[in-house]
Design a protein around this ligand. Structure first.
Ligand code: DER
Length: 235
């Protein structure tokens, strides 16, 4: 089974939790897009009815429209029944790293408004602690004096050997701009970031920071698709 097939298996399993009449948070990324497609298919077949989707990115907004999912937003639906989204890393306590696809702010807003947040991953996303993959820990910041903010973030996690990089669209140097008109600083840590809640609060206290990609104590259910099959685990 390819990684994409595993992502599809996890996504389809999560869609089994969807009931007619639900308001759904629609995630962003290569795993969540399978769930969005499946929901559209079930609506089209009449197996699901009266669904309202709350997209977590412009990209998901477009995909949802293309598959016929009626859409609305948090202003109209401040409480959401169920969100389905992927993750970049999942630790044993269902803490997540998200945002390597650039949508962390709207994802965190939508998923923070949900009664149930189902995370769908292939087994490669499982880690012993957040940051273990040594890949990017994204932080969305305002563009104003981004170098200042990047440097402050780097110094904040100096002991963990932190290097802060401004996310670019491509090597040619065009700066990546989020759906919200902000920049993303990717933090690369050589060592464990320590207490996640402490790190989270410290990052959010820095003026210029909008939000970060650690989703702590938010997920309620984890669906993992692996070589041995698919597992569902509630927090
Ligand atoms: O960027 C994001 O937040 C995505 O949801 C990411 O966490 C998972 O993306 P993937 O399903 O393409 O790996």
């Amino acid at each position: 089974l390819t990684q994409d097939e595993l992502k599809k298996i996890a996504a389809y399993k999560a869609v089994e939790f969807v009931e007619s009449g639900m308001v759904l948070g629609l995630g962003t990324g290569s795993t969540a897009c399978h769930a969005v497609a499946k929901i559209g298919e079930l609506l089209q077949q009449g197996k699901l009815k009266n669904i309202v989707g709350i997209p977590t990115s412009k990209k998901t907004h477009e995909q949802a429209i293309s598959v016929g999912i009626p859409l609305s937003d948090l202003d109209s639906y401040p409480v959401i029944d169920l969100a389905i989204d992927g993750a970049d890393e999942v630790d044993p306590f269902l803490n997540l790293v998200k945002g390597r696809g650039g949508s962390l702010l709207r994802e965190k807003m939508v998923e923070g408004a949900c009664k149930k947040f189902v995370v769908i991953v292939d087994e490669t996303k499982l880690v012993n602690y957040l940051g273990e993959s040594k890949l990017a820990m994204p932080v969305e910041i305002v563009p104003f004096c981004w170098k200042f903010t990047a440097r402050r973030l780097e110094l904040m996690f100096e002991e963990a050997g932190c290097v802060a990089k401004l996310r670019k669209v491509s090597e040619d140097g065009e700066i990546y701009v989020t759906d919200n008109g902000n920049y993303i600083i990717d933090l690369y840590l050589k060592k464990d970031i320590g207490d996640l809640k402490v790190a989270s609060d410290e990052i959010l206290r820095l003026a210029g920071v909008v939000e970060h990609g650690m989703f702590l104590d938010m997920a309620t259910t984890l669906i993992v698709a692996g070589k041995l099959g698919v597992t569902v685990r509630n927090k």
